[in-house]
Design a binder for this molecule. Structure first.
Ligand code: GLC
Length: 566
């Protein structure tokens, strides 16, 4: 179904009503619990540690926290393998800590958005234990089984995302079960109505506890039909999402964001057009995957091509304007650090972090900040495989070396794109272990913590934190940022990211130089550069020399006298 069949109805939606959805003016902050703040010295972050940093997050101004999984889990995939949806992993704390986190966050007007991992469970979940030990268990059909492994190259012969086949033999029952990730993460069978009812009951249980919503892990996979070779975007996906909404979200003011690697500008409105009652918005990854190698994927990223990247953003801005809703992000716990990937780690680290933040946050959508991004944290800089902890990185190291890839080549790819780049501990100060823990951290702290840390960045009035704080406040205060039209300017320029937003007679002109060389502004394409720069709060009448320095950026708000005077 094309977007065109959905958008016209949405366009009639009342703009005021849209404005009232709290998540349209809020900014989210993702916490990866193991790496945020450790309160008990065991080297792993925890919930009391997060509670201790809520004032910091309130100061930043975020409206909600997306909390990566804290549920009971054997931690094969750091919590994305859940063994009990209604228990907290003791490493992270107890349910009482979770309740306190929800209450303490709420008293600071911050919602807690739980990660909802329901494409699969852990193989240690009671459902799977029962399913594998007894073919007649009512839980058997909660999972996906076949008696024989699929024939090579048949439709069902599907690869798992973390390497190897998506079918593994269960030694207890002798049958083969389906898992799109690690073998310890068996996929749930969403075609089973009893399973769906259990999931909805669990979601209601959390919502009744006061959580503000869910980030839905790989949710575009739940409509899969493995026997037909269909994994993402299956025929019943949207039916299930609407049923889920009806069973859990109706009448609640919750935020839901689906993680959908398969979403396209054409089908994203199916998820996020308000009147379809599915989810509030989706994370889509075209700006990420367009620079992956055709063969080696993320392990061999191509350099960023700004004209291509800008055009991707513009396409998404247009596709969802007055129709669905965008989620805006540079990074998360699966992706490299924003400055390392799109900006510059060296001399211009601070300026590039600020420029990237600015161009992202002034588009239409709900921006997400990944922990540490607000101080411009960089990739891990690991040089040896034994420094990595991530199951995906370790699996592909084994697989690619067996395929003949050289160790050095793999390590280079991992240094650019391993998920562990974003998982090193949060750098709070220059004290030992960056003040993340008093113990021994589960994964090494980035060595640059002595000069790159929260304490130091916040002491700098031109620091990265201050810019994020400003951008969050601007979104809240300016309707043009939330709802204005979007138009890409100087689309072919190799390093300038320039666009305008318009709402009524207002024009917001955003221009960033995403290179380490000064550039002349193509004024013919950009138009008048006159008004008030929202970033500095100073009037701008002319730009000194018509140029913009390395990673320079401005966001000029003006009243459009031409259209106002006709
Ligand atoms: C999502 C998560 C990732 C996890 C995977 C399987 O992509 O973001 O961290 O490994 O799903 O749950």
């Amino acid at each position: 179904m094309a977007a065109a069949t959905i958008c016209p109805t949405s366009a009639q939606s009342d703009v005021i009503l849209r404005d009232q959805a709290w998540w349209r003016s809020a900014v989210g902050y993702q916490i990866y619990p193991a790496s945020f703040c450790d309160s008990n010295g065991d080297g792993v972050g925890d919930i009391p540690g997060i509670i201790g940093k809520l004032d910091y997050l309130a100061d930043l101004g975020v409206g909600f926290i997306w909390l990566s999984p804290v549920y009971a889990s054997p931690m094969v995939d750091n919590g994305y393998d859940i063994s009990d949806y209604r228990e907290i992993n003791p490493t992270f704390g107890a349910m009482a800590d979770m309740d306190r986190l929800i209450a303490e966050a709420r008293s600071r007007r911050i919602g807690i958005v739980m990660d909802l991992v329901v494409n699969h469970t852990s193989d240690q979940h009671a459902w799977f234990s029962s399913a594998r030990s007894d073919r007649h268990s009512p839980y058997r059909d909660y999972y996906i089984w076949r008696e024989q492994p699929p024939a090579k190259a048949s439709a069902a012969d599907i690869d798992a995302a973390f390497g190897g086949s998506a079918w593994s033999q269960d030694e207890q029952s002798g049958a083969w079960y389906f898992h799109l990730f690690a073998p310890q993460q068996p996929d749930l069978n969403w075609d089973n109505p009893a399973l769906r009812a259990e999931i909805y009951a669990m979601m209601n249980w959390w919502l009744d506890k006061g959580v503000a919503g869910f980030r839905m892990d790989v949710i575009d996979l739940i409509g899969k039909q493995p026997e037909a070779g269909i994994v993402a975007d299956g025929p019943r996906l949207h039916h299930y999402l609407r049923e889920m909404h009806e069973a859990t979200l109706t009448g609640r003011d919750a935020l839901t964001v689906g993680e959908t690697w398969s979403a396209t500008p054409a089908n994203a409105p199916l998820y996020s057009a308000p009147e379809r009652h599915e989810v509030s918005m989706v994370f889509q990854f075209s700006h990420v995957t367009q620079f992956w190698d055709d063969k080696l994927g993320k392990w061999k990223p191509r350099p960023i091509d700004w004209p291509k990247l800008k055009s991707t953003f513009a396409t998404w801005q247009h596709a969802l304007h007055n129709c669905g809703w965008n989620a805006l992000f540079w990074g998360n716990h699966d992706l490299p650090r924003a400055v390392s990937r799109y900006g510059e780690e060296g001399l211009h680290r601070v300026a590039s972090a600020k420029a990237l933040a600015t161009v992202l946050h002034l588009m239409e959508g709900t921006p997400y900040i990944y922990q540490g991004e607000e101080i411009g944290m960089t990739n891990a800089g690991f040089t040896r495989i034994d420094q990595y902890r991530d199951v995906e990185t370790l699996n592909f190291h084994r697989i690619q070396l067996a395929d003949g890839v050289a160790e050095a080549e793999f390590l280079e790819g991992a240094r650019a794109n391993s998920r562990d780049n974003a998982r090193t501990p949060m750098q709070w100060s220059s004290r030992p272990h960056a003040d993340f823990t008093t113990g021994s951290p589960w994964i090494a702290v980035n060595r640059n913590y002595t000069h790159l840390n929260v304490e130091r960045d916040r002491a700098d009035p031109d620091g990265v934190f201050q810019r994020y704080q400003k951008l969050i406040a601007l979104r809240r205060d300016h309707a043009i940022i939330r709802h204005g039209d979007f138009r890409l300017l100087a689309a072919d320029h190799a390093s300038l990211f320039a666009y305008e937003r318009r709402l009524g007679a207002q024009r917001l002109l955003v221009v960033a130089n995403l290179s380490h060389q000064a550039v002349m502004l193509p004024l013919a394409e950009i138009g008048t550069v006159q008004g008030r720069d929202l970033l500095t709060d100073r009037p701008v009448s002319t730009l000194a020399d018509g140029g913009l320095g390395p990673f320079g950026v401005f966001a000029i708000l003006s009243e459009d006298s031409i259209s106002a005077s006709g």
